[in-house]
Design a protein. Sequence first.
Length: 138
Amino acid sequence: MNHPKGILELSVCLMAAALCFCRCGSEGEKSLSSDAREIKLISDYTEISANSSKVPGYWGRQFGDGRKVFLYTLDRAYKKGEVIMVEGPYGTAMAAVFDDKTRVYESGQATIIIVVRKAVRSGSGEGGPSAPAKGPGR
């Protein structure tokens, strides 16, 4: 069953991501903006399905409000339990989410997706900053 509102929200999120990845002249920047969020990863690298497309990344919990979010990134450098600062556009989309217990995709799950434009390790300083996260088109 199609969800017009979910498809619209996903489209807006992906268009915002495309605009972020098309920006010029700031590839060398290492600092994050004030819009960065601190996220604790609660999964290893995985994927969800949104609008019939596989979306790779990680599950995480946002510090402060504890919201569960999905981080859309091609960067496989992180592990479950790590804390990272991420920057990028976000939105809510209806997604099919893989349930590790039942081993099936549960469809129609409202999911907050952050399209990771930049990410750095956070916390006690272990590992230092990472390279900018790889975006969907890289």
